[in-house]
Each structure stands twice: as C-alpha cells, then as structure tokens.
Design a protein around this ligand. Structure first.
Ligand SMILES: Cc1cc2nc3c(=O)[nH]c(=O)nc-3n(C[C@H](O)[C@H](O)[C@H](O)COP(=O)(O)OP(=O)(O)OC[C@H]3O[C@@H](n4cnc5c(N)ncnc54)[C@H](O)[C@@H]3O)c2cc1C
Length: 383
C-alpha cells in the first residue's frame, strides 16, 4: 500500500465516523431549525472537506476524483444536504476557478474556499433556461475596462452564504448560442447583486436555493473566468466532473437507505416472525443491494477513468443517471419495507425518500443525461 492510499483510508474512515457519529444525530436538529448547525460546519472544516478538490498549494486536500467519490459516499450516509454545504463549493462552484482561473483569481479565492471561510455558488440556470442552458439570457456588456451584467438566475444553491458566484452571461449576440457565453466571478456585496429569500422545498432541509438578480452589476475585466466565449464549454467540463461527484452522493444515500430497510426487516414482526423472513421482502432487499453495488462500481470506475485523463462525458452522464435512478428505486423499496412507519416523520426513511428525489433533477435531469449518453454513442458510431 502506498502512503497516499494509507492517507485515503484514514480520511475515508474519519468521514465514515463523522457521518455516523455527528451528522446522522444532527439530522433532527436540521429538520427543526432548517440550518446546518455550527458544530457540523466546524467538523466539516476540521476534516478539510471544504478544500477536498482544491490543490494543496492553495490549502486544499487536492484529492483525485476517485478519492473524492470515496469520501463523498461516506459523508452522504447522512442526509445529502450536509454535503451541499461544502460540496457545491468543491464542485461546480470552484472547479471553474481551479481549471480555468488566472493565478490572481486562484490566489484571491482558493485559500478562503479551501478553509471554508468562503463558500462558492454556480449560477447557470435561469427562469427560462434550465436543461437548455445555452439559451440563457443574462447579458454582459463591455463598457471600456468593465463588464456590466443584467439578468436573473434561478435556484442557486448556497447563494445566501456564498462569497463568490460563478455567473454565466451572454457576451455575444442574442443568437450566438453556446459560443457567445462567458463566465464571470462576482463577489458578494457587489452593487446591483440581489439574493432572494430561499425557496421552500420538498426536501434537502438545511440547503438553501435562491434566485439571484443582476441589475447593472459592474465588474472589472479581470473578473472574467477563462477566455471570452468559453463559459459554456467550461461549465460543461465542470459538470462532467460534478456529475461523478453527484453519483457518489446517490451511492452514499443508497447505503444508508439499505441499512435502514435491513434493520427494519429484522426488527419488525408480522405473522409471528421478522418480516425479513418473507421472500418478497428479501427480493426488495436483494434487488436494491445489487443496484447499489452496480452503482458504486460504475461511479468509482468513472472516477478512475477521469483521473487517468480520459474524456468521461458519457461515463459521468451514465454514472449520475444510473446511481440517482437506482437511489430513487431503493428509497421506494426501503420505504415500502417500513409499511405505515415509512410514511411518518418519526423514521428517517420518509426524509431520505424526499431528499433523493432531487438527485434526478439537478446537475442534469435523467432525460438530459440519457440524451448526452446516446449522443456520445452515436457520435462514436459516425452519426
Ligand atoms: C434544489 C435545486 C438546486 C439547484 N441548484 C442549482 C445551482 O446551484 N445552480 C444552477 O445553475 N442551477 C441549479 N438548479 C437548477 C437545476 O439544475 C435545473 O432545475 C435542472 O437543470 C432542470 O432545469 P429546469 O428545472 O428548468 O427543467 P426543464 O429544463 O424545464 O425540464 C423540465 C422537464 O423536461 C425535460 N426535458 C427538457 N429538455 C428535454 C429534452 N430535450 N428531451 C427530453 N426531455 C427534456 C426535463 O428532463 C424535465 O423532466 C437547482 C435546482 C434545484 C431544484
């Protein structure tokens, strides 16, 4: 075993213990208060998770994608909103800065993001542009040495906490498509930037999503992230990575769902015996376990492929599609095993069932991921 593998084992083990001993017991408090408690945020900082993907020269852990998905699976044994708190920063919120930022941009943001002193948001979606992200309307206009941004973004995770937003805006003409989109780094507090009250949602208690509006937001030319016109392409590259991360979220929650269902099947008795003795209950457990193991293997292999420098657009899409759809089916079966108790809030299964529903929607809906997969397959076949 290499030293790096030893260190990963230690980190994975620490994340596993933290999830089970600190995060799971805090789930009730998050539901009651709607916020991630300070002791949890401090614990995530102490583990270094805010800097999980940030290179060590900027104070992060500099994990490979494989190492990242191993840790994310452990943390997501607890409700996935805990991960949202640091995961958006490590994922789409920061990947653009790591991969396309100038030295000055990296020095300005990455150390603060790695320590958790600052959070980052990714602002792509708009009221009229979701899956069709290249149709976005937010406009950036050049005025001398500055850019002026006007427009509106929707459902932006962690906007209420973020110190910096990666914002995608049209710098080309109205019909310039994806090549007319550029990315900008917008600091919290910039005049003209407004963050709305978070939405009330179906699940993901403790994670906050808000609309963000830009009314004449004036930025220096140095706030552009990557060359003009590359914003959309770079956003898709960040999503290729982030979708593997999101698939690991689904695998982590699936493990928890399976443990809750198995425990209940042992404890609950009907017809004079534990319900786990009934073959139809066993079928639900076995089918779910097989899907969990398949999803885990797919996600970890996709991560290794990405670390090896291969293009993983299709693998990332397949991983997120399969793992999140599987998590939905597993949640449904494990709730079924709980019978009526699965439908009341006293048991965690009810909350986890609502939480996993989101995973099939954001960072690419299942339909969009199927389209990407088929497109890549057909392209390879010459279509
Ligand atoms: C809790 C939450 C957090 C989010 N966080 C962020 C964030 O931090 N940053 C950000 O930028 N965005 C964020 N989003 C937005 C999210 O990424 C979008 O909701 C998602 O991409 C889908 O877009 P939409 O909601 O506009 O749905 P639409 O694009 O309107 O899709 C509606 C339905 O049509 C289907 N559909 C669309 N096009 C096709 C097609 N060509 N073929 C077949 N079916 C199709 C979709 O799959 C879906 O079922 C978040 C959303 C939520 C709910």
């Amino acid at each position: 075993m290499t030293e790096r593998e030893d260190t990963l084992d230690l980190l994975v083990d620490a994340a596993r213990r933290f999830a089970r001993e600190v995060l799971v017991p805090a789930e009730g408090q998050v539901r009651a208060e709607g916020e991630i408690p300070p002791h949890v945020v401090q614990g995530l900082r102490d583990l270094g998770l805010f800097g999980m993907t940030i290179p060590d020269e900027y104070g992060g852990l500099g994990l490979s994608v494989y190492e990242e998905v191993r840790v994310v699976q452990e943390i997501c044994y607890a409700q996935p909103a805990f991960r949202s708190y640091f995961g958006t920063t490590n994922g789409v919120g920061t990947l653009g800065i790591i991969n396309f930022g100038t030295d000055a941009q990296k020095r300005k943001y990455l150390p603060k993001l790695a320590s958790g002193e600052m959070l980052a948001s990714f602002a792509l979606t708009e009221p009229d542009s979701g899956s069709d992200a290249a149709s976005l309307l937010t406009k950036a206009t050049r005025e001398g040495d500055h850019w002026v941004i006007n427009g509106a973004k929707r459902f932006i995770t962690n906007a209420v906490h973020a110190g910096v937003f990666t914002v995608f805006a049209r710098t080309g003409t109205k019909d310039s498509g994806s090549n007319g989109i550029s990315a900008f780094l917008v600091d919290r507090g910039t005049p003209g930037l407004t963050i709305a009250k978070p939405y009330e949602k179906m699940g993901f208690d403790g994670s906050h999503e808000s609309d963000v509006t830009f009314d004449g937001v004036r930025l220096p030319a140095s706030a552009m992230l990557g060359p003009e016109g590359t914003g959309f392409k770079n956003a898709m590259k960040s999503l290729d990575h982030a979708r593997i991360h999101m698939a690991a979220v689904a695998v982590g929650v699936s493990r928890r769902l399976l443990d809750e269902g198995t425990k209940y099947a042992v404890e609950r008795k009907q017809f004079g015996q534990p319900i786990g003795k009934f073959q139809m209950i066993q079928a639900m457990l076995a089918e779910s376990q097989a899907e969990y193991l398949a999803a885990k293997a797919l996600v970890e292999q996709s991560a290794r492929d990405r670390d090896a420098g291969r293009k993983t657009t299709m693998e990332a899409a397949c991983s997120k599609y399969f793992a999140t759809e599987a998590a939905g089916r597993i949640a449904d079966r494990m709730l079924q095993i709980h019978g009526g108790n699965g439908y009341i809030k006293e048991y965690p299964i009810e909350r986890l069932y609502r939480d996993v529903r989101l995973l099939r929607i954001y960072e690419g809906t299942s339909q969009i991921l199927q389209i990407i997969t088929a497109r890549e397959m057909l392209r390879e076949a010459g279509l």
